[in-house]
Design a protein around this ligand. Structure first.
Ligand code: TXA
Ligand code: MG
Length: 315
């Protein structure tokens, strides 16, 4: 795979410099993070930002997450940061938490789809934070998949989806968490959980000493769309292994090529293999993948959310 000229290993001593050059020339770089791979542009380079939307096939009014290299940068790009948001960021960053805040005037509207609010996170991956330091501005990056598809958790997934349209793919191995970051909206009080993800609601509530409210009113994150995170095969959700076996027999009786996804009671393991299992089922020509429902607490909440979205009727 690394024979492609647009792929570099994240430990390669020249990786940061090469990625910074590509970004400076208006290109886009696929970056590893602990959650999923991102498709990155420097927030102050309009050509790169435009290319991110074009390569992903994403509507330009869908806002991008701004990735910072340190919690100390938050006040430069956000304003009116509530104490709770600062507390949570201090406790969780670097890590799989994203916060929605009012943006400062310095953050371009092209990044936020013309909104006065913006989502921020500090990713754990060292290469990616070094790259942000090297260019000295945040990296705007959505997940590096084609719009509406499953997020990539390996460099190979990025190649499969976007291939040569990406100027540089930085291979940092498999993403350790494997589902996207948790998004908490701090522009409302109490804060709202916009997207369950890599850090659990329970952990966040423990840190804040208060409950998060569910998402109210109109969907504000595109990840909230009913059908999102979809593989080509149909996802069926089973309550347990016995139920899954029943479904398998039914589907096979109708001539469906189906299989049961590997399930783990260990939620971090289940989360980290979920998207690659969906992609593998597609690659191997399966019509259906049967997934066993995890418990709905901890990381199970994010897994269940992605399963429900993947199994929803397609638009
Ligand atoms: O783990 C992650 O968060 C990954 C990695 C690459 O950091 N990124 C990611 O980005 O999942 P993306 O673009 O696929 O999902 C970000 C979500 C979208 O649903 C977007 O609509 C929402 O965040 N979002 C971003 N800015 C927003 C804003 N100002 N208001 C409401 N929603 C926003
Ligand atoms: Mg995405």
């Amino acid at each position: 795979m690394s024979s492609h000229s647009n792929i570099i290993q994240s430990e390669d001593p020249s990786a940061v410099l090469r990625a910074a050059e590509v970004l400076g020339n208006g290109g886009v770089v696929a970056i590893p993070t602990e959650t999923v791979y991102g498709l990155a542009a420097a927030i102050d380079n309009p050509a790169s930002i435009e290319k991110v939307f074009a390569v992903k096939g994403r509507p330009t009014n869908h806002p991008l997450i701004s990735h910072l290299s340190s919690v100390l940068q938050l006040h430069l790009w956000a304003k009116d940061v509530p104490t709770d948001a600062q507390l949570l960021a201090n406790a969780c960053w670097p890590g799989p938490l994203s916060v929605l805040l009012n943006k400062s005037d310095r953050l371009p509207l092209t990044v936020t789809g013309n909104r006065e609010t913006a989502v921020f996170r500090v990713p754990a991956n060292l290469f990616t934070r070094r790259l942000i330091d090297a260019i000295n501005v945040p990296l705007a990056a959505p997940s590096a998949n084609r719009f509406g598809r499953v997020s990539p958790t390996t460099a190979q997934h990025v190649i499969d989806d976007l291939g040569s349209e990406v100027d540089l793919i930085v291979d940092g191995g498999s993403c350790s968490i494997g589902v996207e970051s948790t998004i908490v909206d701090f522009t409302s009080n109490p804060p709202q959980l916009l997207r369950p993800g890599g850090i659990s609601q329970e952990d966040i509530e423990l840190i804040l000493g208060k409950r998060l409210s569910d998402q109210q009113g109109e969907s504000r994150a595109s990840g909230m769309l009913q059908s999102h995170y979809s593989p080509a095969c149909k996802i069926h959700i089973a309550n347990d292994l016995a139920h899954a076996s029943e479904l398998l027999i039914q589907l096979q009786t109708f001539g469906n090529k189906a299989r049961i996804a590997q399930f783990s009671d260990n939620l971090p393991i289940y989360a980290s293999t979920l998207y690659s299992q969906m992609r593998a089922a597609d690659n191997e020509g399966f019509d259906s993948l049967i997934a066993i429902k995890p418990i709905a607490t901890g990381l199970g909440q994010a897994i269940l959310d992605r399963l429900l979205k993947a199994s929803a009727p397609r638009f």
